[in-house]
Design a protein around this ligand. Structure first.
Ligand code: KG4
Ligand code: ZN
Length: 341
């Protein structure tokens, strides 16, 4: 069974073909960074328009690269939410109309289920059940994953998502959009112990909070400016490193508590912040300490991509799932999902 996957929930257009037994046959990703950079964040209307312009040529490109034609597809999966409504509609409309014309199923995929299952595309893949730390631009959740569609959220952020905190603090430090990866790169050159920052809700259950940390950073930044109002390069790097250390410590502490609480023997890391090197090494260390195996997809599978949507779509298409409606749900709680049929 071959499934085309289409991701258009935010500011990346992702297309891939997954084939059972062979894995990802071809994939492409188009980033909209250059379009949104001038505005310091994603402009939804510009995002939708760019998805429209890029999507069909990318589908043709991916099929060509895999040596396949549309007729070789068995299903078309698309991100149905959560995400920007206009952007979701672009992927949903193209996927549904192609599927209708080809008389094959269109499979609406939950974006976070895509992230959660991305680790299955790696050679060493976890068995169920596992604990997942899902940290992206819009979500920070600890999820007990018993199987496909069997998700129990056991902890989540009470305010900002971890990725959102990275992006907002990056902006305070004067870094260009998209801030998270830029802040992480700056942090590599800094001293993480230079500034003392809070570890919010430490040892206080499984929920998280990042808005207080953001405020602490704002104050630290203001206090560090020179007489001319500027931040020197070493100070910026130390601020970035100290902030990153606070987020990584907090997430690592929450994972430790969640692993102890659930007794789960495996931890997987998903979502854009999962690409963060400091977080990956801190969780690897935690796993060693607790005797828990830690899995994380390669960084390109942590951030948004078409491959995870093709794979999650395949999991559901193989079980016979299908729908005739075009589904686009800007808000869609992950724990509303059910197992495939
Ligand atoms: O999963 P994702 O690509 O999109 C969403 O579904 O939100 O996650 C994007 C988020 C952004 O907030 C971005 O700044 C953050 O992930 N991110 C990172 C890194 N790479 C991406 N944050 C910290 N370190 C990174 N290396
Ligand atoms: Zn995402």
């Amino acid at each position: 069974m071959r499934v085309l996957g289409i991701e258009t929930s935010c500011d990346e257009t992702g297309v891939a073909v997954f084939e059972a037994g062979r894995g990802i046959r071809a994939e492409r990703l188009a980033s909209q960074v250059a379009i949104h950079a001038a505005f310091g964040g994603v402009v939804p209307e510009l995002a939708s328009r760019d998805h429209i312009a890029k999507l069909l040529p990318m589908v043709q490109g991916v099929l060509g690269e895999a040596g396949l034609s549309l007729r070789d597809l068995d299903a078309i999966a698309y991100t149905a939410g959560p995400g920007l409504i206009g952007a979701l509609m672009v992927g949903g409309s193209l996927a549904s109309s192609l599927a209708y014309a080809l008389k094959i199923p269109a499979i609406p995929v939950h974006h976070l289920e895509g992230h959660l299952l991305a680790c299955m595309l790696e050679e060493s893949r976890p068995e169920f059940p596992f604990l997942a730390l899902l940290v992206s631009g819009g979500h920070s959740q600890l999820i007990e994953v018993a199987g496909i569609g069997r998700y129990r959220i056991i902890g989540e952020t009470l305010d900002d998502a971890a990725g959102e905190a990275f992006d907002k603090v990056a902006r305070l430090l004067g870094l260009p959009y998209p801030g998270g990866p830029q802040l992480a790169a700056l942090a590599e050159r800094g001293n993480p112990q230079r500034y003392t920052l809070p570890r919010p809700l430490k040892n206080q259950g499984l929920d998280m909070s990042f808005s207080g940390l953001k405020t602490a950073m704002r104050l630290a930044i203001e206090a560090s400016r020179g007489a001319d109002g500027a931040l020197t390069e070493p100070v910026r790097a130390d601020l970035a490193a100290s902030f990153q250390a606070a987020v990584v410590d907090t997430l690592t502490g929450k994972c430790r508590q969640a692993l102890e609480f659930t007794g789960l023997p495996r931890l997987i890391v998903a979502g854009g912040v999962g690409a963060n090197r400091a977080l990956r090494s801190s969780l690897a260390e935690l796993g060693q300490r607790l005797g828990v195996r830690v899995y994380y997809p390669r960084p390109a599978l942590c951030t948004d991509n078409g491959a995870m949507i093709a794979y999650a779509g395949w999991c559901r298409a193989a079980a016979g799932e299908r729908t005739l409606r075009i589904i686009a749900r800007p808000r869609w709680p992950l724990d509303e999902l059910t197992p495939p049929n």
